[in-house]
Design a protein around this ligand. Structure first.
Ligand SMILES: [Zn+2]
Length: 483
């Protein structure tokens, strides 16, 4: 079934499709995962008992702690990879698969090769956590076909035309963003420059390429795109052919979007859709907006998303909570009821008012629960501070060019109280006093705390946040000395 058909099914059709996929996956594939065999045995559960989306509620959650490697167990995430062997195949494979294997043997074909195509991890991505060690997520050759299919869906959902010229400015790395763009553009046969990002090709060459190739689409990390755009404006580039800016890797608030659109006008790009993706390394792909106002369009034939409250109880459609993910058709690394740590305002199941698709859509404003937990800020006026609030607040403040927030100790004394130090570079033509005034009020109003605001030259802040050298910009840094 093509994406256009799949994405317009009725809710009943989605339910039936998911139930078929759920039953197939749980009965015939999941048992090949050593981790889930142990989990199911521990909880006295049978793989064949999972037939409906509601049945998922009988299963325990999987969390980062279950899968992240530890110094004592660096290969921990390997247990989540499907690893069939002869005994397991005999016990769990579907009749169709056993017949296929039998027929191949009969005609002297290489059964092992076929199984390796389906199951052997040949491509790896890594999570970029700040606390846990990076977790490996494996793709089999079959999975790369699935990745290509989801990549195509991303571009089709955004409505990117089939003659578009693309500049991929995502960093070349074992991460989703670069590879999804690569697979989408190559399978849709779009002329594309896979730049590898600032670290590989260099910012100047990327800025030049957008002009020279008359690019219609740029895919990039938001902060890095803003950096390139600022340079392009200074150099009076002509980016007037640009129609789509596709962001991945970070949150995109309305403030940043407005700032980007303002600057885009200065390089002649007047009618641009600035769209964001929600990517989940453990979910092995990403989901995208069809419109700046829309949510992220999911693939109900490939995964199940649930939303749960703090007690882990599922909430009704459209209600807020934590996003929980279950794989339906991946091989390699698979997840069941994985608690993403991403807080959503809801998942909508009605028809999308912008594109008419009927797939479930995750509301566009997602906050990371883990960011809050990663820093202990209880000593800042005795209150737990939501550092997530700083991203939209600062990216959306027009007086601020760049910024970094540091969690420090007063006088760098480990026994002192915590303090927040905010380094800012004011926008050209704006004085530091104006920035300080604008920020002091905003920060107090939106976070309930104060930060010491310090002026820094733009170049110095760019270096501090690692704009050209880091995969992820270092926006919030903990510099407290260890006791
Ligand atoms: Zn839509």
């Amino acid at each position: 079934m093509d994406w256009n058909t799949t994405s317009h099914l009725s809710s009943d059709e989605f339910r039936r499709l998911q139930e078929t996929r759920l039953h197939e996956f749980f009965s015939h594939e999941l048992p090949y995962s050593p981790f889930f065999r142990e989990e199911f045995a521990k909880h006295n559960l049978k793989f064949s008992d999972v037939r409906t989306v509601d049945d998922l509620q009988k299963l325990p959650f999987t969390s980062k702690a279950d899968i992240a490697p530890t110094p004592n167990n660096p290969g921990k995430s390997r247990a989540l990879i499907l690893q069939p062997n002869e005994k397991l195949l005999k016990q769990f494979a579907s009749k169709a698969k056993l017949l296929n294997i039998f027929a191949r043997k009969l005609f002297g074909q290489d059964v092992q090769k076929k199984l390796e195509w389906e199951y052997k991890p040949v491509h790896l991505h890594f999570t970029t956590g700040r606390t846990a060690l990076p977790t490996a997520v494996g793709y089999s050759t079959k999975d790369l076909d699935t990745l290509r299919e989801t990549a195509r869906r991303l571009f089709e959902t955004m409505g990117i035309p089939d003659d578009a010229v693309v500049v991929n400015a995502f960093p070349y790395a074992p991460h989703l963003a670069f590879w999804l763009t690569f697979y989408a553009t190559s399978s849709l046969q779009l002329t594309t420059l896979q730049t590898g990002g600032g670290k590989i090709m260099g910012t100047q060459k990327i800025i030049d390429a957008v002009e020279a190739l008359k690019a219609n689409v740029v895919t990039a990390i938001p902060g890095y795109f803003y950096h390139c755009l600022r340079e392009a404006v200074a150099q009076k580039k002509d980016w007037s052919h640009l129609k789509f800016v596709v962001f991945g890797g970070e949150r995109v608030g309305d403030g940043l979007r407005a700032k980007v659109k303002d600057l885009l006008k200065e390089v002649g790009a007047k009618d641009v859709q600035v769209l964001a993706c929600y990517a989940l390394t453990e979910g092995k792909t990403a989901w995208v907006q069809c419109n700046e106002q829309s949510g992220y369009h999911t693939y109900p034939d490939m995964e199940v998303f649930e939303v749960v409250d703090e007690q882990g109880k599922r909430v009704p459609a459209g209600q807020p909570g934590e996003l929980v993910y279950t794989s339906l058709n991946w091989r390699g690394t698979v997840m069941v009821r994985y608690r993403t740590g991403d807080m959503v305002t809801g998942v909508r199941t009605d028809r999308c008012p912008h594109c008419g698709r009927t797939v479930p859509r995750i509301d566009r404003d997602i906050r990371r629960k883990s960011d809050i937990k990663e820093f202990n800020l209880t000593k800042v006026k005795g209150e737990l501070v939501d550092l997530n609030a700083f991203y939209p607040l600062l990216s959306g403040t027009t007086e601020v060019e760049e910024w970094q927030l540091q969690i420090a100790k007063v006088n760098n004394d480990p026994y002192e109280v915590d303090e927040l130090v905010l380094y800012v570079a004011p926008k050209a033509g704006i004085t530091f006093m104006q920035v300080e005034h604008a920020l002091n009020r905003k920060i107090m109003a939106e976070t309930g705390i104060t930060a010491r605001i310090v002026e820094k030259p733009l170049q110095e802040i760019l270096k501090m946040i690692g704009m050209e050298s880091e995969l992820k910009e270092k926006r919030v840094v903990d510099v407290r000395p260890k006791v």
